[in-house]
Design a protein. Sequence first.
Length: 128
Amino acid sequence: MMERSMMRALAATMVAFGLLSGPAVLAQDGAGAEEGEASYYADSLDGNKTASGAPYDKNAMTAAHRTLPFGTKVKVTYLKTGKSVELTINDRGPHVADRIIDVSRAAARALGMVDDGHGKVTVEVISD
């Protein structure tokens, strides 16, 4: 597994080459929040293996992020409702270009975004 300093160096290199936006680096360093679109996993994926090896549990408070290390705890706030949840990163994604995070069904319910399907959120690292 990559050490945190190596992850930061990789992220900085990706920013330099335009492969990663600045806010994602700020979120990893705990110095700011990443803002963008979130969506949630389809119920049909319940039980499928995540990138971390754990099965996806639609009732767990988990999420997928492209670059944050597995096990990182994040605070996700849905800007439309102002509701926040604490989630653990255990998967890679989202696989839709304009999204920054995919959350579990339970997280989407707690945020009030199930009916919307997706929406603008902030993602802040709270521990890693």
